[in-house]
Design a protein. Structure first.
Lengths: 303, 247, 348
């Protein structure tokens, strides 16, 4: 308890610490937003709540880390993870997801939970359960007499996340496939009547989601740590973001992603790093309760 | 006669669309009251407001002199004010008897009764009411496999099983085979006279409602247009205009 | 069928009692099987019968373990000091302390978990469908993470429980009968509960909650009651596990979200949701499958389990009993006539 108060006091005593936490939070939050955008896409278009989201992220990280082990430049890991996870997503869709789309939501939730467990265990068998990361050969910038350190690697990561997000948004807006995806998310039956091959849209959306997650993971491995069993926390974070922001609300997703990044950084600063996972999950509960109370005001349940 | 449901200046809007505006009606205890109006005139919205399905924007709703506009659906139902749905809602996986038994009034049970099995009297009551609505032969059919009209009858029987004081029926004859409508009118009247249940009915079929109701309210464009006994409503020029779309 | 019932149940009871002596090498396995049966049956109370698919019932298992440990150790020693010393060697329990601890620990665990179910349920039962599943999963994960930071109960190190005071083999029999007894009581309790009006009401909530509300059923009260009853038995099962396992730690043993937490769901789906025997059959099939394949898969067993979950969910969701129910409805005493002779109209 004293430690917590001490940590809190530190924030007030040295305001620059806040800047560091804020920056860290925003940078990591950008990556959360990326994974959450993928989830919102899948959720909105095919109404599948994907619990394997986080494991796609981690798998993408491992692809980049593994290739880096062969001497490939770290930044190339991002497109590589994008491609590899695209394939993984496509296989998952063809084998499993296509069979659960029309079923009740618990089915898809549980099926993707099964995928999540499988992926985590496969990664564990292939790469071991140690935490891994890629050290980039870039310098670190220091501000405020060294109180605030910003590794250039992280800045690069954020820029890549931002450009990936922009590319996806432009794709959704202007491409034929993007239009088909948006049409399907509004009304799948009407889209089918109008000759859109919704099956193709679904498989594309799911693969795209996996690929986005993979790319996010490849960035995360450069700026943070990955471990086979960290996946569920990323899935939880994606759920927090999407539940807080709602579907089809891109600015909301970005804002919520950044917000969660910041809140988590503050939380682990105040309560200690051991509480990081707990804070992510408690944020989920908090968001659920808030949304529930909102619904209750109009006498509806959150469903 | 005493007033059982009384709304005063009830307004409800969805977003910018005003569904009900300043509606004041009163339903008399022990009678049959009708609610008519063209499609989209806010009849079902008013029903939903009364049974607590959504909060209202302003006004008061009283049931047996008790303010209920702040109460949720289940609490209002426990007061004995029940409704049926326009699109029927029954437990489709179960057979008719099970549907009936689930509808027993839990509000009147003690803890001990809730944690005990249904007794012979419950089964007899279920059979009697299924007989009453004419579903006795089909009582062991899966209720989801019944036709829409039969499901409506089952829902009506389930509502009676719950022993309400007042029953709100949302278009009871819609989807029912025209040859059966007379039978249904008869049953509704008997439910009213024999079981003493106050009925408040939304109905599109003019012949049906004029035949049954003591008092009729007519809504149009979310506002109360006219009220009075059937004969007065039938000859009211505003009502005729509203239905013919000359408004 | 009916006259076979009593001999069948008697034979079954005899087998349950004789099992640890018939298969002496598998005592612990059989005890674990009972644990699976208990958690599957309790999951089905809310998941199958009430339609609230919880992914976080493991929360009660872990909480039961910790409550039992705190009570069981607390009646003899200071818990904080005990966990600091990792329970090692210094602390010895008398027989009275040990068995008293088991009894009080189980009871306290069950009651505390029921209380937690009511408190947590006040929040989570406002959530429906997938939100409920995710919300409860969140509760379980959060609890595990918080407990693993709580020094007083040994944080991430977990707790070492007192050891059974007599020889190892009788200890195994002891725990077998604790689990089996709880399981039998639970089964009998449920076979009664599902036939009451309460059982019908929670089925109504499953099939159409809005309708149940409109009929004036106290939905929240019933949901809380069902979850509290279910949590009681999970808590007791957790408490017994705490003593049986001797040592447990928060994330991998107590709040094992992705192991037992998901297994119970799979058992129920495999056996058949919303049936009395389904969870039992499912737990047996699942447990046997797991134990038989475990040693041959050389590390890939968890992957295989993940695959089993996916296959069950995707291809076989009605489960064994659900499949039988369609094939042989008369075995279940269901009276549903599927064809109607005159579909012309209801009212005569």
């Amino acid at each position: 308890m004293d430690k917590i108060i001490g940590n809190f006091g530190l924030l007030l005593e040295f305001p620059v610490v806040n800047i560091k936490i804020l920056l860290d939070g925003l940078m990591i939050g950008a990556l959360f937003a990326l994974a959450a955008y993928g989830l919102a896409l899948v959720w909105g278009v095919m109404n599948v709540k994907n619990l394997a989201q986080g494991d796609f992220v981690i798998a993408g990280g491992y692809v980049a880390w593994w290739l880096h082990g062969f001497g490939m430049p770290a930044l190339f890991g991002v497109p590589a993870a994008f491609v590899v996870l695209w394939v993984v997503g496509y296989v998952c869709y063809r084998l499993i997801i296509t069979r659960v789309i029309e079923r009740d939501l618990f089915t898809s939730l549980l099926a993707t939970f099964g995928i999540a467990i499988m992926m985590a265990q496969i990664l564990n068998l292939l790469f071991g359960s140690d935490t891994q990361s890629i050290k980039l050969p870039y310098e670190t910038l220091y501000f405020f007499d060294g109180f605030v350190d910003v590794p250039i690697a992280k800045l690069i990561g954020v820029c890549m996340a931002a450009s990936l997000a922009t590319a996806v948004v432009l794709f959704m807006k202007f491409s034929r496939m993007g239009q088909a995806i948006r049409a399907t998310s509004q009304d799948a039956r009407a889209a089918r009547v109008l000759g859109i091959d919704t099956e193709k849209v679904y498989s594309f959306t799911f693969s795209l989601n996996a690929a986005i997650c993979g790319a996010a993971g490849a960035i995360i491995v450069m700026v943070w740590l990955i471990q086979p069993f960290y996946g569920i926390t990323y899935a939880v974070r994606s759920f927090v973001v999407v539940t807080a922001a709602g579907l089809g609300n891109l600015p909301g997703v970005i804002a919520a992603g950044l917000g969660i990044g910041v809140l988590e950084q503050y939380g682990s600063h105040i309560f200690g790093i051991g509480y990081q996972q707990a804070i992510a999950v408690l944020l989920l509960l908090l968001v659920l309760v808030v949304r529930m109370l909102q619904q209750r005001r109009s006498r509806q349940a959150l469903k | 006669m005493t007033v059982i449901i009384e709304t005063k200046n009830v307004s409800k809007s969805y977003g910018g669309v005003v569904a009900n505006k300043d509606i004041s009606i009163s339903v008399e205890s022990g009678g049959i009251t009708g609610l008519i109006g063209p499609n989209g005139s806010g009849k079902t919205t008013l029903f939903n407001s009364i049974v607590g399905y959504h909060p209202i924007d302003s006004g008061t709703i009283q049931f047996e002199n008790q303010e209920i506009s702040k109460k949720p659906v289940q609490e209002i139902a426990r007061l004995g004010l029940l409704r049926t749905f326009q699109q029927t809602r029954i437990y489709g996986e179960m057979n008719c008897v099970e549907n009936m038994l689930i509808s027993l009034p839990h509000r009147k049970m003690t803890m001990r009764e809730i944690f005990s099995r249904n007794n012979r009297a419950d089964y007899e009551q279920a059979d009697r009411l299924l007989e009453f609505v004419g579903l006795y032969e089909k009582r062991f059919l899966q209720s989801g496999s019944l036709s829409f009209g039969q499901q409506k009858l089952l829902e009506f029987a389930m509502a009676l099983m719950n022993e309400p004081t007042c029953l709100l029926l949302d278009e009871p004859t819609a989807g029912i085979n025209p040859t059966l409508i007379n039978g249904l009118i008869d049953r509704l009247k008997r439910a009213n006279s024999e079981f003493g249940i106050t009925l408040f009915i939304i109905e599109h079929n003019m012949r049906v409602i004029m035949n049954m109701a003591d008092q009729i309210y007519c809504l149009a464009h979310g506002e109360l247009l006219a009220s009075g006994p059937p004969s007065a409503i039938q000859s009211d020029q505003r009502v005729i205009d509203a239905y013919l779309g000359a408004h | 069928m009916k006259y076979l019932k009593i001999p069948f149940y008697l034979a079954l009871m005899a087998f349950i009692v004789a099992a640890p002596f018939l298969f002496p090498a598998f005592k612990t396995q059989l005890a674990t099987l009972w644990l699976m049966i208990i958690v599957a049956l309790t999951w089905d109370m809310t998941g199958g019968q009430m339609g609230y698919n919880s992914l976080g019932n493991i929360f009660f298992y872990g909480t039961g373990m910790y409550v039992c440990a705190i009570v069981g150790i607390g009646i003899a020693f200071n818990v904080g000091e005990y966990t600091n010393a990792s329970g090692g060697g210094i602390y010895t329990f008398t027989d009275a302390q040990y068995f008293g601890g088991v009894l009080l620990g189980c009871l306290a665990a069950g009651l505390f978990c029921s209380l937690m179910a009511v408190l947590v349920g006040f929040i989570t039962f406002g959530l429906r469908g997938p939100y409920f599943a995710i919300g409860t999963l969140g509760v379980a994960i959060a609890a595990g993470e918080l407990v693993s930071n709580w020094e007083w109960v040994g944080a991430g190190q977990g707790i070492a429980m007192p050891v059974y005071p007599y020889d190892l083999e009788t200890g195994k029999v002891f725990f077998y009968f604790l689990f089996a007894g709880t399981g039998v009581v639970l089964f009998v309790f449920l076979s009664w509960l599902y036939r009451t009006r309460f059982g019908a009401a929670i089925n109504a909530i499953r099939d159409d909650e809005e309708k149940a509300e409109a009929m004036g059923i106290h939905t929240l009260r019933y949901k809380l009651t069902a979850w509290a009853l279910s949590a009681f038995f999970v808590g007791v099962a957790g408490a017994i596990s705490a003593y049986q396992l001797i040592h447990f730690e928060p994330l991998e043993t107590a709040y094992q979200t992705i192991n037992l937490g998901i297994f119970m769901v799979v058992c129920v789906l495999l056996g058949g949701k919303g049936t009395l025997w389904g969870p039992v059959v499912g737990a047996i099939v699942f447990h046997v499958f797991k134990e038989v394949t475990w040693n041959y898969l050389l590390g890939w067993q968890w992957v295989a389990l993940g695959a089993l979950i996916v296959v069950t969910v995707v291809f076989f969701q009605d489960g064994i009993m659900g499949w039988l129910r369609v094939k042989k409805p008369e075995w279940f005493g269901i009276r549903v006539e599927t064809s109607s002779n005159d579909a012309t109209g209801a009212a005569r």
